[in-house]
Design a protein around this ligand. Structure first.
Ligand SMILES: Cc1cc2nc3c(=O)[nH]c(=O)nc-3n(C[C@H](O)[C@H](O)[C@H](O)COP(=O)(O)O)c2cc1C
Length: 456
């Protein structure tokens, strides 16, 4: 029997009414309508037809032969919803709802490469093979929507074995940020660069031995292999927010006297070893998330003595250069998360200057920016001014999973909407533009409140 490739047949046993006429995603194990092009891809001719602009936000980006359909990416967001590190149907629905709405790419949450490297007992993990399959299901679904998906690999270092925000909110973790062994599913094997606790309420880590660091590097390699088996399109190494890699980079948390402490070269050694090891085992796009500053009081360096006092943008720029030499494709510039008394001046796009500094110093390196980028116009402005190449957004996607479609509408760009939801987006095809964003003052108030749950 010759089958029209645009007609798929249902697996149902009855032959009555089993022919499906709408184009289907090829190779999917069930019928699922095909979107051509993928949701979130600009329909350039239609944008021009309605007099819409040429934008950076909706221009595709190719990294190592992988084409990202637009430049508005979902930033990694812990869900504290994993079952002994395994993804569940929560993740399928949560990530799936973003995958069907046109994100340029989705970076899945911080995923521990070793069980003791989780920031809470409910964190995601990829330290054993049984964790591959539930992730593969999510990746496969995302691919049916033409949405690229990556994973953020991580070791939480001295911030391991913490209490998730949910548990704290329900009072289970009150008084301490450490998940106690036995009672709250916590563990004792908490390792950091040096035995310095982040706050009085957090654990004092054991100083990681060189043998342990070799284990961590190998764990990143093993998790990379698992990520490949799960079918991910890109990997991001989590080197930010005070977790293990950042805690080695910063002189505030690293007072070691061996080859992993002291000089800048020594402090960044672990970050480079891990990036090198992942790069050797992974051909696809490789991102690295860095904190651009610790936001501690005082200067980054004592100019008189030359001593580095905290992690800051000068060292970030230098680290980015080293990572680029290793073959890291994109630096995702966040900030903070290490110093308990960090002072962050929060406002729309407050971290963009950090990304911009990296971009200026390394024009050929791709740079992502994140933090209170909540409208299409704002995101487009950052890209158009050449301050970054990609926008990562987190909370705005939680508030509005259609952030990409809304941004397109706001900018007057026509993009493909999901076949199933097309009737909700017909006005986009007519060049509709949303009203202007709320007043800046209003936004800043919102931002300050938001920052309480930002870079943790
Ligand atoms: C619920 C939640 C979970 C987060 N989890 C992670 C994470 O797993 N990895 C990470 O690098 N950043 C994490 N972040 C930080 C975000 O990726 C992002 O950098 C930050 O929220 C600022 O961006 P936004 O203003 O768009 O929310 C998380 C943020 C939120 C709100």
């Amino acid at each position: 029997m010759t089958i029209d490739p645009t007609i798929s047949s249902s697996p149902a046993s009855s032959t009555v009414g089993t022919k499906i006429l709408s184009p289907a995603v090829p190779d999917a194990p069930y019928f699922i309508p095909l979107n051509t092009p993928a949701v979130g891809t600009e329909l350039v001719d239609r944008t021009r037809a309605v007099g819409g602009p040429e934008t950076k936000l909706f221009s595709p980006l190719t990294i190592r032969g992988v084409e990202f359909k637009n430049r508005l990416f979902v930033s990694p967001m812990c869900q504290y919803s994993s079952d002994n590190g395994h993804a569940t149907d929560w993740h399928l629905v949560h990530i799936g709802s973003l995958a069907v709405r046109g994100a340029g790419a989705i970076c899945m949450e911080a995923t521990a490469v070793l069980s003791e490297g989780r920031s809470t007992p409910e964190d995601a993990g990829l330290w054993q093979d049984s964790q591959i399959e539930p992730l593969r299901r999510i990746v496969n679904f995302s691919h049916t929507q033409g949405t690229l998906i990556g994973i953020q690999l991580q070791h939480a270092g001295r911030k391991s074995s913490g209490v998730s925000m949910f548990a704290q909110n329900t009072g289970i973790g009150s008084g301490s940020q450490v998940a106690h062994v036995g009672i709250q599913g916590g563990w004792d094997e908490i390792y950091g660069a040096s035995p310095i606790a982040q706050t009085e309420a957090t654990a004092t880590p054991k100083e990681a031995s060189e043998e342990y660091l070799a284990r961590v590097v190998q764990a990143f390699v093993d998790a990379t292999r698992r990520a490949k088996e799960a079918g991910f399109d890109f990997i991001e190494i989590h080197g930010a927010h005070g977790y293990l890699l950042h805690s080695f980079n910063s002189p505030l948390s690293n007072i070691r006297t061996d080859r992993y402490g002291g000089s800048f070269e020594n402090r960044i050694r672990l970050s480079l070893e891990i990036a090198k090891a992942v790069r050797t085992n992974w051909d696809g796009p490789l991102f690295y998330r860095v904190s651009g500053t610790d936001w501690a009081e005082g200067p980054e360096r004592d100019e008189r003595t030359g001593e580095w006092k905290q992690w800051g943008i000068q060292q970030t720029v230098a680290l980015a250069g080293e990572l680029a030499k290793i073959g890291v494709d994109l630096i995702d510039v966040s900030s903070g998360g290490l110093w308990a008394d960090q002072r962050i001046r929060v406002g729309p796009g407050y971290q963009v200057p950090l990304a911009e500094a990296v971009k200026k110093a390394h024009p050929n390196l791709l740079v992502g920016t994140v933090g209170l980028l909540t409208t299409g116009r704002q995101a487009e402005g950052v890209l158009r001014e050449g301050r970054a190449d990609v926008i990562f957004a987190a909370r705005e996607f939680l508030r509005d999973s259609s952030f990409v479609l809304r941004s397109a509408e706001e900018l007057g760009v026509v993009v493909k909407s999901p076949a199933q939801y097309e009737r909700a987006w017909t006005r986009m095809a007519h060049g509709h533009r949303a009203p202007k964003c709320p007043a800046l003052e209003e936004k800043v108030v919102l931002c300050e409140r938001d920052n309480l749950v930002g870079n943790r």
